[in-house]
Write a protein that binds this ligand. Structure first.
Ligand code: ADP
Ligand code: MG
Length: 437
C-alpha cells in the first residue's frame, strides 16, 4: 500500500488528507497521480466507489496556483455530481489557497457570477451552463492547464459530445487531460484518442463489471406487487437505501407511497426544481432521510457512504446503468446489497443484463419460495398466429434464456435521447425537462 506522500504530493494536501482520515492511496490513485503529475494524459477506469475523484483532484490541486486565473476544469453529467466533486475538491484543497466554483443549471446566474468575480482557479461544471458562461464571457479557458471529464463515457456520448467539443475548442492545446469512469466501452476508448494526446490507459478492472463487494439478487414479480416487496426489503435494512425507478412519474409515485407508509423518504428526478433536488440530496446525505427514490439522475457518481442497499424498482434500460446504479452502495471498500425487481415484461431486458454479471446472483424467487406465474404459451390453447411470435407472447427457450423478449431496441435509441436526458442547456433541468427521467 502506498502512502500519499510517496506519490510526491505537497504538504498542504497531505495535511488535508490526514484530516480526512485517508491513510493510504487507493489503487487508481496510486496508478494515476504520478502519471498526471508528469503531464501525460490519462484514461482511468476503476470500479464504482474506488476513489477516482481524489485521483484527479489531488493531481490538479498539486499544480494549480492561487490567483493565476482559471487553470482547472472538471466536467460532470449531473448537477448533483458537480456539486459533490466540488465539495470534495474543496476539502482536499483546504490548505492550498485554491478556490473552486461550481457551475450548473437550475441555479440563478447571480450566485455563480459573484463567485467567479471574486476569482477562482478551478471550475467544476455541467457542460450546458458552462457554455452559457463561456458565451457571456464570465468564464475564459485560455489559462486552462488541466481538464477532467468525470463519467467520461457519458460525457463523450451523443447527448454531450457537441457541447464537449465546443468547450475543448476554447481551451489551449497544451493541457493535461484525463477521463474517468467505472465503465469504459471500447468505442469510448477509441473516441478518447481524438481528445487526448498519447494517453496512458489504466483499466484497472475493465473486464470485471461484477460490482465488487455487492451482494446482488433479483426477484421476478408482477409489477403491482413491487410496492409490497419494497416495503419488506427496506424494513429489513438498517442503513440507507436508494430506490431506482425507470421514470419520473414512477419515482414520484413510489416516494409518495413510502411517505404514506411513514418512511423517511426523499425523491430526486429531473422535473423537480433545483431547490427541491438539493433539499432531497442534503437530507439524504445528512442521514435525515433513510431512503432516496431516484431516476437515473442519481445513478452516476453520487457518493453517500452509508448506503447499504440499492433496489432497482425497475430494470434499468441500459446494461451500463445497472452497474452504476448498484455502485451507489459498497463505497470505498464497504459492503453492500443490490436487489433488482424484475416485472414479467422486463424478464428479457434483465436476461441481457444478467449475462454481464460475473458474480453469483441470488435468485430470490427460489430463496423466498415465490412462484413465477408467467402464462406458459405452450399450455395456452390459443391459435399461435394470434398470440405468438412478435406480437408479445413469451417465447420459451429464446436466445436470451428463459422467457422474455429476444428482440431489443437499438441501443443507440437510448443515446439519441441522450441530449434530452442529460442536457443541461438553457436552464432546463439536467437529464432534461421533457425526458422520462
Ligand atoms: P468513484 O468516483 O471511484 O466512484 P469516489 O471518488 O466517489 O469514488 O470515492 C468513494 C469514497 O471513497 C469517497 O467517500 C471518498 O471520500 C473515499 N476515498 C477516496 N480515496 C480514499 C482513500 N485513499 N482513503 C479513504 N477513503 C477514500
Ligand atoms: Mg466518481
Amino acid at each position: 500500500m502506498t502512502q500519499f506522500k510517496d506519490l510526491g504530493l505537497k504538504e498542504e494536501l497531505l495535511k488535508a488528507l490526514d484530516e480526512l482520515g485517508f491513510k493510504e492511496a487507493f489503487p487508481i490513485q496510486e496508478a494515476v497521480i504520478p502519471v498526471l503529475l508528469t503531464g501525460r494524459d490519462v484514461v482511468g477506469q476503476a470500479h464504482t466507489g474506488s476513489g477516482k475523484t481524489a485521483a484527479f483532484s489531488l493531481s490538479m490541486l498539486q499544480e494549480i496556483q492561487p490567483k493565476k486565473g482559471i487553470q482547472g476544469l472538471v466536467m460532470a453529467p449531473t448537477r448533483e455530481l458537480a456539486m459533490q466533486i466540488s465539495d470534495e475538491m474543496k476539502k482536499h484543497g483546504k490548505y492550498t489557497g485554491v478556490r473552486i466554483a461550481t457551475v450548473y443549471g437550475g441555479q440563478g446566474m447571480g450566485l455563480q457570477l459573484d463567485a467567479l468575480d471574486r476569482g477562482v482557479e478551478i471550475v467544476v461544471a455541467t457542460p450546458g451552463r458552462l457554455i452559457d458562461h463561456l458565451k457571456r464571457g464570465s468564464i475564459e479557458l485560455r489559462d486552462i492547464t488541466h481538464i477532467v471529464l468525470d463519467e467520461a463515457d457519458t460525457m463523450l456520448d451523443m447527448g454531450f459530445i457537441d457541447d464537449i467539443q465546443f468547450i475543448l475548442d476554447l481551451a489551449p492545446e497544451n493541457r493535461v487531460m484525463s477521463l474517468f469512469s467505472a465503465t469504459m466501452p471500447t468505442e469510448i476508448l477509441r473516441l478518447s484518442e481524438e481528445y487526448l494526446k498519447n494517453p496512458k490507459q489504466f483499466l484497472l478492472d475493465a473486464d470485471d463489471l461484477s460490482g465488487e463487494g455487492i451482494e446482488q439478487s433479483y426477484l421476478v414479480i408482477k409489477d403491482r406487487d413491487k410496492l409490497k416487496y419494497l416495503i419488506d426489503f427496506v424494513k429489513q435494512t438498517k442503513g440507507q437505501c436508494v430506490v431506482f425507478c425507470s421514470t419520473k412519474y414512477r419515482t414520484r409515485d413510489v416516494a409518495k407511497f413510502l411517505h404514506q407508509e411513514k418512511f423517511d423518504a426523499v425523491a430526486i428526478e429531473g422535473d423537480m426544481s433545483q431547490h427541491r433536488r438539493e433539499q432531497s440530496m442534503s437530507k439524504f446525505r445528512s442521514g435525515k432521510a433513510d431512503i432516496l427514490v431516484a431516476t437515473d439522475v442519481a445513478s452516476r457518481g453520487i457518493d453517500v457512504p452509508k448506503v447499504e442497499l440499492v433496489i432497482n424498482y425497475d430494470v434499468p434500460n441500459q446494461e451500463m446503468a445497472y452497474f452504476h446504479r448498484i455502485g451507489r452502495t459498497a463505497r470505498a471498500g464497504a459492503k453492500g446489497r443490490a436487489i433488482t425487481f424484475v416485472s414479467y415484461s422486463s424478464v428479457g431486458d434483465w436476461n441481457l443484463i444478467k449475462r454481464q454479471i460475473k458474480v453469483d446472483l441470488i435468485d430470490l424467487n427460489k430463496e423466498m419460495g415465490i412462484e413465477i406465474s408467467i402464462p406458459d404459451p405452450l399450455k395456452r390453447q390459443v391459435p399461435s398466429r394470434r398470440y405468438g411470435g412478435q406480437s408479445g407472447g413469451y417465447s420459451r427457450g429464446s436466445r436470451s434464456g428463459g422467457y422474455g423478449r429476444t428482440e431489443r431496441s437499438d441501443p443507440r435509441d437510448d443515446r439519441r435521447g441522450g441530449r434530452k436526458r442529460y442536457g443541461d442547456r438553457g436552464g432546463r433541468n439536467s437529464y432534461g425537462g421533457r425526458s422520462r427521467w
